[in-house]
Ligand binder design. Structure first.
Ligand code: ADP
Ligand code: ASP
Ligand code: MG
Length: 391
């Protein structure tokens, strides 16, 4: 008998029929003698829809209220999943993050898990009840409801696996596993059977949203057997392990981050430290810090943060130019920053778009290209072909 944590993503749970389909798979696992803990995301695009509703009411809604709103999404899917299992004669109880004692920092919309108390989880398991847990949420020490950042249900599942010392944590999603390139960008991308925590972590940070970066960090720290598996077929998916396979290929995968903005600031008084102080105070996560001269800097940030950045710097800048449809494409692999053959090929691919390529940045196993959003598919596909990442 194994103890398995199974997490189902939003598109896998988009309709009651899909929920019933996954409940049947869970019920088969239980009937085969395993204990299962289910973690769910919100159904389909519920989280995006909630965010859009909030925007209609307030341009910049309070983050505390956003957390109250967004956590409702997982509450819908957890109860429906539990009902689905009950209808299959499997006794199940749904629990919110706070009910199972997922204690987080108080940072609304981007909280970190501090500890898992898990009393109700353990007693449900002891009583032969299958717990269905709302992912993506917790409660702070001051009893405020929090969320873990977009995609955070993966992190809930891995944190619960660590707490329970589960035999494995399976993340079920709408693709067959982790691929060399986002399969929605290139349907010929190769499925990776086994990937190291290190490499997966880099990919997750660079935009491969198939796993939430903190879920990979926790899995590595607690040595959790983590798998990404398909919800819609019986494929084996991808296993994330300690394997050192990053060394074996020059270019292993391509990730991309989109919906970014590139902003060039020029300060009135030539004091860029002062400018950075303002950005720091606004607490905005910068994707890339590009240039530095005595009086100007360029940064790449999420488009959502643009207004906030501009308003906190407007009184100290003489000129600001903004490019609003920016993306960063990142190649990951042992050769990408130092191998001149790789660099030659990448320069040849990007040469024809050179007016819209704003820079290349390398760091050990990553080569990032800052470009405009419409070039993501073209450059990713050409690079994927050149580096043998397609099937
Ligand atoms: P879920 O709702 O199951 O959590 P996500 O949308 O968060 O699903 O993550 C799955 C998506 O990740 C896929 O649909 C795919 O488009 C995207 N993705 C990006 N990069 C990769 C990659 N390298 N391998 C697999 N999927 C990827
Ligand atoms: N429902 C949340 C989101 O859409 C959490 C998750 O899917 O993991 O970001
Ligand atoms: Mg996800």
């Amino acid at each position: 008998m194994a103890l398995i944590v199974k997490k189902f993503g939003g598109s896998s749970l988009a309709t009651p029929t899909l929920i019933m389909h996954l409940a049947k798979r869970v019920s088969a696992d239980i009937k085969n003698g395993n204990k299962v803990v289910v973690v769910v995301s919100a159904m389909g695009k519920t989280t995006n829809d909630f965010m859009a509703m909030a925007k209609q009411i307030a341009g910049q809604p309070e983050e505390r209220e956003m957390d109250m709103l967004l956590t409702a999404g997982e509450r819908i899917s957890m109860s429906l999943f539990s009902m689905a299992l009950n209808s299959l004669k499997i006794k199940a109880y749904s629990f919110t993050g706070s009910q199972v004692g997922i204690i987080t920092t108080g940072e609304h919309t981007n909280a970190k898990i501090l500890s898992v108390k898990g009393e109700r989880l353990l007693s449900a398991l002891n009583d032969g009840i299958t717990p269905i847990i709302a992912g993506f949420q917790g409660v702070s020490n001051s009893k405020e409801i929090t969320t873990l950042g977009r995609g955070g249900s993966d992190t809930t599942a891995v944190a619960l696996s660590a707490f329970l010392n589960a035999d494995r944590c399976e993340i079920f999603t709408d693709v067959d596993g982790v691929f060399t390139v986002d399969p929605r960008i290139n349907s010929n991308a190769k499925l990776i059977n086994e990937i190291s925590y290190d490499e997966m972590l880099v990919m997750a940070h660079l935009g491969s949203k198939v796993l939430h970066p903190r879920s990979v960090e926790i899995a590595q720290r607690y040595n959790i057997k983590l798998l990404v598996k398909p919800s819609f077929n019986e494929g084996d998916g991808t296993m994330i392990t300690n394997a050192e396979n990053i060394e074996s290929v020059k270019v292993r995968s391509i990730s991309s981050r989109q919906n970014l903005a590139l902003i060039n600031f020029k300060t009135a008084d030539g004091n860029i430290v002062n400018l950075m102080k303002r950005l720091n105070k606004a607490n905005v996560k910068i994707e890339l810090f590009i240039t530095k001269s005595n009086d100007s800097i360029s940064v790449v940030v999420d488009q959502e943060k643009l207004n906030e950045l501009l308003s906190c710097t407007e009184d100290i800048c003489t000129s600001v130019s903004i490019n609003n449809d920016i993306a960063i494409i990142s190649l990951v692999g042992a050769g990408v920053s130092t191998d001149t053959e790789v660099l030659e090929k990448i320069l040849a691919i990007t040469e024809k778009y050179s007016n819209d390529v704003f820079g290349f940045f390398t760091d050990k196993i990553v080569l990032s290209i800052v470009t405009k959003q419409p070039y993501v598919e073209k450059i990713s596909n050409e690079a994927a072909k050149a580096f043998n990442l397609l099937g």
